[in-house]
Design a protein around this ligand. Structure first.
Ligand SMILES: [Zn+2]
Length: 66
């Protein structure tokens, strides 16, 4: 699950929250003042493209009952 960063429109407090994909966080209350409907900022972790690519061989797990 991605972590999104939000900024409260009321008090300008920045906080981040774990959200499911596609959630817009419109109902997230600000931890400081409790105001809902924060503005979502660009998530940070999308910048790193250093994921090891594994697999590509044969994923034989679970295939074939003998
Ligand atoms: Zn706030």
């Amino acid at each position: 699950m991605p972590i999104y960063e939000y900024r409260c429109k009321q008090c300008n407090n920045k906080f981040d929250a774990l959200q499911s994909l596609g959630a817009d966080g419109k109902d997230l209350p600000c931890p400081e003042c409790g105001e809902k409907g924060p503005e979502r900022l660009i998530s940070v972790f999308a910048a790193s493209g250093n994921e090891p690519v594994s697999g590509g061989g044969g994923c034989s797990a679970g295939s074939g009952f003998t």
